[in-house]
Design a binder for this molecule. Sequence first.
Ligand SMILES: [Zn+2]
Length: 451
Amino acid sequence: MAARNKLAITGGRVLDPGEGIDQISDVLISDGRIEEVTLKTGESKFDGYEVIDAIGMIVSPGFIDLHTHLRDPGQEWKETITSGTRAAARGGFTTICAMPNTDPVQDSAGTVEDVIRRAAVDGVVRVLPIGAISVGQHGKQLAPMGELADAGVIGFSDDGNAVEDGNLMRQALAYSAEVGLPVINHAEDKKITDGGVMTAGVVATRLGLPGAPNEAESAMVARDLYLADLTKTQLHVPHISTIGSIEVLRSAKERGVNVTAEVTPHHLTLSEEWVFGLKGEVPSSVGLESYDTNTRVNPPLRSKADVRALVDALRDGVIDIIATDHAPHAATDKVCTYNEAAPGINVLETAFSSVFGLVNNGQISLVRLIESLTTHPASILGRDVGRLRKGFSADVTLIDPFNLWVVDPSTFASKSVNTPLNGVELTGRVVRTIYQGKTVFHSQLEVRNNG
Ligand SMILES: [Zn+2]
C-alpha cells in the first residue's frame, strides 16, 4: 500500500515560471514538501507513492491571493475562515492574505494572533493576515505596526478605506519601512467619489445612477506613489482599475519607485456595461434586469478602454499580479437598490477560469497568468511559497485547460453567492488543489460525495 505521505503527480505539463519549468514532468512530494520535479516523465520510481495521473493537465504551484476578505471575526454569516479557505481551495489558492476589515479590526496583536491560531485549526489552506494601518481603520492614529509585524502580519492596509490624511500615510510608509513590510492603500479618494456607486459615464447616466470619476482612484494612486518615493518604502497598490492609475504606476516604476500593483479578475474581464444586467450586453431600453447589484464593487467596473489597458499592463508586467479582492456579502446586502447594495464580488472560485479566458483568446500568455498568481505574489510576500522547488511546501494546483463549466453559485464552498457570473460558461478549471502534500479540493471526489 502506498504511504499516504508520498505523492507522485505524473505526466502533466508542469508550469512554474519561478523555477523556469514548462515541460511534461512528474512532481514528487514527500512529507508535505516538494521532493523533486523530474526532468523526464516516466523515469521516476513511484514505489511507495500515491500516484496522481495528470496527463492533459497543467500542474502549477498553488495560487497565492494577496487580497481576500474572510469576514471572520464579526460577519460570519457572510464567510468564515473555514468556508473562505474551502472556497480558496476550490479556486486553486493555497495561500490567501486576509484583509483586516473584520469586526474587531485587525489592529492589535491579539486580534491577529486569534486569526492565525484559528486558521491553523479551521483553515484548509494557508492564511496570512494583513494588519490595519490605523486604529479601527479610522485613519486618525497609526496602529501599533511593530507589534502587528511581530504578531505575523504580511503588510498593512485599511482596505475599504483609503488613508485620506497624506501625512498619516507618509508616517505609515516610514514605519512600515522599519519592519520591512508593504503598505497596501485602498486607492480611492472618497471625497472625489462623492457618493458615486459606479463609474461616471454614459452607462451611469442612462441608468440614472450617481457616478464617480476615475480620478478618485488615479489621484490617490499618484499621491501614494510620490509618498513611497519620498520614504523609499515598498508600496503595493491594490485593485488598480483605471488608465490614469496605470500611467502614474508606469512612470513611477521607470523612476525606480519600490512599487507593485494588483488587478482583480473582474476588472480584467468585466466592463461597466455589466451593470445593465445582461452579461455585458447593452439593452435598447433599460429593463427590470438592469441594476445588477452583484456588479456593484469598489473600485467600480470601468470602461472597455480601461479593461483593455489593464490586460495590456498585466501582460507587459506594469501590473505585477492578479489578486481577487474576494468580498463575500449576504443576499440581504444585494437584494436592494443599486445605491444601497454593499460593494464587493465573490471571486475565489471563479478567478482562475475567468482570467483563463484571456489566455484562450490570446490576450495574455499562460506563463504570465501563472506567474501573476504564483511567482510574483510570492516575491511580494518574501515567503518560500509559490514554487515547485525542492524543500518548499508541497502546494500544487492541477488545472484542466479544456474543462467547460457553467458558474453555479449554489455550488460554491463560500457562504455567499454574490457573483455577476451566475450562469456564465467558462473554459479551463482547477480540478485539484494540494496543500502541504494533502488534497484539499478534488472536483471528482466532490461530485462523488454529493452523489
Ligand atoms: Zn480595497
